[in-house]
Design a protein around this ligand. Structure first.
Ligand SMILES: *Cc1c(COP(=O)(O)O)cnc(C)c1O
Length: 483
């Protein structure tokens, strides 16, 4: 016994100690790994398992009541079993819903390691290897997008927070000169993600903080209308400080003409932000890289590896071509954490992100790049974009389907048009709802100027052409049944 320790009775936190028992954890963990491996095998095969077991929200709430006993009770693996059974099964070949992939199982293990160490990384001391890995994945993404050796950035919890971070930096760098009290505005495609408009509202710029730039018939920003949009903003008494391009847009997967937007930004001294949350990883694909031409000239870029890099949520990157700008969004001094010139302390990531307690999001991306190699990701992205084109071809060949636009990538919007006399919007919505409620397919929908469309994002390496043909048949049968 060390005489210097004050003897605290174990009972004070005895239950918490028991809950940390290594042997109980070992047993529970082995069981869980076996259960999730079985789950994965069943779901990827997709045989006779619905893609989601739809339950009404009110019913689901009854299954998960707020009844918590005072003393230990029950087996957590039974809860896990229910969660697995009740999940929307993203690894199922019939899952083609939102831009959220069935993640690499090993990346989920990385999240587990991040959680058990809980090295939360606003400051280096609280997450040394995680900080180093973050620097390296940021470096690799910056090189992959062509932003150059001066680029730097940070990982954030989601592309929405990433967009806000980049736009806060734009505001700080492009702030109007002394005496110029005009409110700033951004020129934003009508198809930009809603988080851009939300960021503008958070910054207090109001309705005219985001000036809409019209799109062409394929929902790409019309770069030839930028001058007109800027004039419109100025007529409203605004100072335009930047432009947000999408690569790609969320609804239809349309890539804005980044090089033309970069030209305009350079000529007019504007910040160029590229929201490449979904499409950024296309820079890895020799076949599709061209969609991002011009991204290397952006001042800031957001990329979500939790979309097209098979990572579990959340891991997003905000990149700045001029690495110094990565400090511009947040320059407060929080004296108990951060009291130095931030540039001397690149390793204290709290200088550059809104998050204080910050997840070790770098591990999964670093580990999967290091262990699976980069070619797997390049092949995956090419294959998914190719599958989008193939699905579009199938829809075009079918007489009873209509494509919203020829897709640029793996997001495809289409509708079922058995004849022109029915209410097409109501039909699409009813078909989709039925498919989801039955659990036969998970797809989503998008409202476009022409009407309501069904929408898929093909992110699942287990989805093949045969599944897409089965989807078309399921839609036909459902429509017939609905009358
Ligand atoms: C998904 C998406 C976002 C939002 O990213 P989250 O990670 O979901 O917060 C922003 N922009 C675009 C273009 C997106 O597709």
């Amino acid at each position: 016994m060390n005489r210097n320790t004050i003897d605290v009775p174990h009972s004070l936190a005895g239950a918490a100690r028991s809950a940390c028992d290594a042997e109980a954890f070992r047993r529970m963990g082995h069981q869980l790994i076996d259960a999730t491996a079985d789950y994965l095998a069943d779901i990827t095969a997709g045989k006779r398992i619905p893609v989601m077991p739809w339950v009404e929200p009110e019913t689901m709430v009854y299954e998960w009541p707020p009844h918590f006993p005072a003393a230990p009770a029950g087996d957590m693996n039974r809860l896990f079993e229910a969660v697995l059974a009740e999940a929307t099964h993203l690894h199922h070949p019939h899952y083609a819903g939102h831009q959220v992939p069935g993640p690499l199982p090993a990346a989920a293990l990385c999240d587990f390691v991040a959680a058990i160490t809980n090295n939360a990384m606003a400051v280096y001391e609280m997450g040394m290897s995680g900080t180093a890995m973050e620097r390296s994945v940021i470096r690799w993404l910056a090189d992959s997008t062509g932003l150059g050796p001066a680029a730097d950035g940070v990982l954030t919890s989601g592309g929405s927070l990433g967009n806000l971070t980049a736009l806060l930096a734009a505001r700080a760098v492009k702030t109007p000169a002394e005496g110029d009290d005009r409110l700033p505005s951004l020129l934003v495609s009508e198809q930009a993600h809603y988080s851009v408009r939300r960021s503008v509202k958070i910054m207090g710029w109001g309705q005219d903080g985001a000036i809409a730039v019209p799109c062409d018939e394929r929902f790409r920003m019309r770069a030839d209308l930028l001058a007109e949009a800027q004039a419109r903003a100025e007529a409203l008494g605004r100072k335009v400080i930047g432009i947000v391009g999408s690569a790609c847009s969320t609804a239809t997967g349309s890539f804005d003409p980044l090089a033309a937007i970069a030209d305009y930004c350079e000529a007019n001294n504007l910040w160029f932000h590229v929201d490449a949350a979904h499409g950024g990883p296309a820079c890895l694909s020799a076949k599709y890289r061209h969609l991002l031409n011009g991204i290397e000239r952006a001042d800031s870029v957001v990329i979500d590896p939790h979309k097209m890099m098979l990572m579990p949520a959340l891991v997003s990157a905000v990149l700045f071509r001029n690495g110094d700008h990565s400090y511009a969004a947040f320059d407060e001094r929080a004296s108990y954490l951060l009291d130095r010139d931030p540039r001397e302390e690149w390793y204290n990531l709290g200088y550059r992100t809104f998050e204080c307690t910050k997840r070790m999001a770098s591990l999964k991306l670093y580990a999967c790049l290091a262990c699976y190699g980069t070619a797997m990701f390049a092949e995956y992205i090419t294959a998914m974009f190719d599958l989008g084109a193939r699905f579009a071809a199938l829809l075009r060949e079918a007489k009873d389907f209509e494509l919203a636009i020829e897709p640029d990538c793996n997001i495809v919007c289409f509708r079922y048009v058995p004849d022109r006399t029915c209410d097409l919007d109501a039909l699409q919505a009813a078909i989709r709802k039925t498919l989801v409620r039955e659990g036969s397919f998970y797809i989503v929908q998008a409202r476009l100027p022409q009407g309501l469309f069904m929408r898929v994002t093909l992110t699942n390496p287990f989805t093949e052409e045969s599944h897409l043909l089965a989807l078309m048949d399921a839609i036909r049968r459902t429509a017939a049944r609905l009358g």
